[in-house]
Ligand binder design. Structure first.
Ligand SMILES: Cc1cc2nc3c(=O)[nH]c(=O)nc-3n(C[C@H](O)[C@H](O)[C@H](O)COP(=O)(O)O)c2cc1C
Length: 398
């Protein structure tokens, strides 16, 4: 982030203590950081701490300041991106309704560049319909980029969503915002599980949360790509600036992918597609009383979507095809075999123990140029950026 100008906004939540660490990470990464705090934020962490870490004065109040009367206009003019962490429910409400009632909301309103915000609040505040609506307005109408809060133990004693994302994840997200190297590219990402119905109430599925695929979609959109995500059922909100096509079964996913792929420069298939589906979906609930103790389910093979795309497009001129391999053993050998079998350009392999459902992940990227690289442990967003870097190299080669 060499000399990139970041305006770091801090509002009044417990997580404000983490902003000191975030500021440190920005500074260590070479960024030129200017901090601004709400008056409530000063109840949690002192401007002196932030002044010391950023090396610059920290404005708080709208009136009675010394730096000049037009700070609320000058500050936003000087920054390339604005990162607000933590972002309180109150601040989000002010911004969603266009209020400029204090310095930080005035500065935000006057800022015309990308805004990244990391909400942090009690679970009930986060789930409150008013907060949901404000977040939706800011992401969908104002184009703000969100770093979703994590789920877990909160300082208020509750457990649930609302904990501010870790500073490293916010740093990774901010890095993507500075990179506009995917502008003009269209990227298709598949994400989540597929669901294969047995009857109107039962199905076969898997534990994929969709988080890796959504991280790729988020990173690609932040870097300027036009992104479509074909998503199996997940609890995740549609990321800012991303078009989402919802599907349920592998067959639905195949037809959505086939429809979109021709217009895309890269297809990144991170969805956990079921290999098999029930031969027949029963129209009515399967009854147990007519059956014995054992029941045999007849399954049929689902199409291999990635191999289908590889067969359809010429390897040099078609979209760059990226597959995923989740393994429990022999990861690299299995990934190389999968690369061959499917005809993909790149396979991202990870061990179930390293990736499934967690905040962080670790993967090995194997490609058809016989390169193998271990990404090391990283956030899902940082891994997403590494995968996209690899795709960029392919575009440069063609
Ligand atoms: C101990 C304490 C902790 C708080 N933590 C949060 C929080 O994590 N998130 C939040 O949205 N509000 C929190 N609040 C409420 C905000 O401080 C309050 O809504 C304030 O008006 C926010 O002002 P600001 O948005 O200008 O910073 C907390 C209040 C107290 C007293």
């Amino acid at each position: 982030m060499n000399n990139r100008k970041i305006l770091l906004g801090i509002t009044g939540g417990i997580a404000a203590y983490k902003s000191a660490h975030l500021c440190r990470l920005f500074v260590k990464d070479g960024a030129d950081v200017r901090v601004i705090m709400s008056e409530a934020a000063c109840e949690f962490i002192t401007p002196l701490t932030m002044e010391t870490l950023s090396g610059k004065p920290v404005p708080v109040k709208m009136f009675g300041r010394t730096a000049g009367p037009l700070e609320h206009i000058d500050l936003p003019d000087e920054a390339e991106i604005m990162v607000v962490a933590p972002a309180t429910a109150d601040y989000l409400a002010r911004c969603a309704t266009g209020r400029a009632s204090d310095l930080i909301s005035s500065v935000t309103l006057a800022f015309t560049g990308p805004v990244l915000f990391a909400p942090a609040m009690n679970t009930n505040m986060w789930n409150n319909p008013a907060t949901r609506r404000n977040v939706q307005t800011l992401t969908e109408k104002h184009g703000w980029h969100i770093v979703q809060p994590a789920s877990g133990d909160l300082a208020c004693g509750w457990t649930g969503p609302g904990r501010m994302a870790e500073p490293q994840e916010i740093l990774d997200a901010a890095r993507s915002l500075f990179r506009r190297d995917l502008v003009g590219r269209r990227v298709l990402v598949t994400a989540g599980p597929t669901v294969e119905d047995l009857d109107p109430v039962r199905f076969l599925s898997n534990r994929s949360t969709g988080r890796m695929g959504y991280a790729i979609a988020i990173a690609a959109a932040r870097r300027g790509a036009d992104v479509v995500v074909v998503s199996g059922p997940t609890a995740l909100p549609c990321p800012t600036g991303v078009q989402r096509v919802d599907v349920r079964s592998a067959l639905e996913m195949e037809s959505a992918v086939n429809e979109e792929a021709g217009a895309c420069d890269a297809v990144i298939m991170s969805a956990a597609v079921a290999d098999y589906r029930p031969e027949q979906v029963m129209e009515h609930k399967i009854k147990k009383e007519h059956e014995g103790d054992a029941r045999v389910l007849q399954l049929v093979r689902n199409p291999d979507i990635l191999a289908g795309l590889a067969a359809r497009f010429a390897k040099k001129s078609g979209p760059v095809l990226v597959g995923f391999a989740l393994e429990t053993q022999n990861m690299i050998e299995s990934a190389k075999a999968k690369l061959q079998r499917k005809g993909a350009h790149i396979i991202v392999a990870n061990l179930a123990a390293d990736g499934l459902g967690g905040d962080n992940t670790r993967a090995t990227i194997v490609d058809d140029q016989e390169r193998t690289s271990d990404t090391g442990p990283s956030t899902k967003i940082a891994l997403a950026d590494k995968i996209l870097d690899h795709v960029l190299e392919y575009w440069a080669m063609s």
